[in-house]
Ligand binder design. Structure first.
Ligand code: ZN
Length: 202
C-alpha cells in the first residue's frame, strides 16, 4: 500500500475498480464454497446462514478496522492489521509512517514484527493476517517471507496493491511460498474510511 505518500500513493483514496466490483462482499460470499449454509427455514435471516469461518473473518477484520480508526485519530493513513492463530489474537497494529517517521511502517509490517516477537519465531505459518487494505509490494514480500498461511484484506488498492491489483506476489508460483487469499471482507467500510481521510485533507 502506498500509505504515507499522499501524492504518489492513494491521493484520491482507493477508487472504485474492476477488482472492487468483482470482489464485493456479496460476490465473495457466493464464490466461497461452504460459506453459506443451506436454507433450512424460509425467512431465516441471512446473518444466521453465514458459517463460523466467514463470521470469524468479519469479526477479526472488524478488529483491524478498529486499529485503522486508531491510526486516523493520530492523523495516520487509516490502515489496520491483526494477526490471528487458531482464532486467537497474536498481534495488532496500524500504519504509522508519519509518526515514525518510517516509510516502511505499514500496518502489515508492524503486525508481522509484533507477531514474530510474541510467538518467538520468525516463521508465522499457521497464522492469518487481516488487513483493511490490499498489501503493497513491500508488505506482500514481507508476508511471503513470514510464511503466513492466509491473508484476508478488505479494500483493493488499484494504485499500489500487489495481491491482485498490480500483480500477485502472494500467489506467484515462482516463489517458494504461496498464501491463501480472501478479498472483500468489510470492503466498503474500509474503503470509505480511506476516502474520507484523503477527502478531508485536500
Ligand atoms: Zn505495505
Amino acid at each position: 500500500m502506498g500509505v504515507g505518500d499522499d501524492d504518489a500513493g492513494r491521493a484520491d483514496g482507493p477508487p472504485d475498480s474492476d477488482l472492487a466490483m468483482e470482489q464485493g462482499p456479496d460476490e465473495l460470499d457466493r464464490s466461497l464454497p461452504g460459506t453459506l449454509q443451506p436454507l433450512t427455514r424460509p425467512g431465516t435471516p441471512r446473518a444466521l446462514l453465514v458459517s463460523p469461518s466467514l463470521a470469524a473473518d468479519r469479526r477479526w477484520m472488524g478488529r483491524a478496522f478498529e486499529r485503522a480508526l486508531e491510526a486516523r485519530s493520530l492523523d495516520e493513513v487509516p490502515v489496520g492489521a491483526v494477526l490471528v492463530q487458531h482464532d486467537r489474537l497474536v498481534a495488532e497494529a496500524f500504519n504509522r509512517t508519519r509518526s515514525g517517521p518510517d516509510p516502511t511502517a505499514h500496518a502489515e509490517v508492524e503486525v508481522l514484527r509484533r507477531g514474530a516477537a510474541a510467538l518467538g519465531d520468525w516463521r508465522l505459518d499457521g497464522c492469518t493476517l487481516y488487513v483493511t487494505l490490499e498489501p503493497c509490494a513491500q508488505c506482500a514480500g514481507s508476508i511471503v517471507l513470514s510464511r503466513i498461511r492466509r491473508v484476508v484484506y478488505a479494500a483493493p488498492d488499484p494504485k499500489a496493491g500487489w495481491v491482485g491489483s498490480l500483480g500477485n506476489l502472494l500467489q506467484d508460483r515462482r516463489l517458494n511460498h504461496r498464501v491463501e487469499v480472501t478479498r472483500g471482507v468489510l470492503e466498503d467500510g474500509s474503503a470509505d474510511l480511506l476516502r474520507g481521510f484523503f477527502r478531508e485533507r485536500r
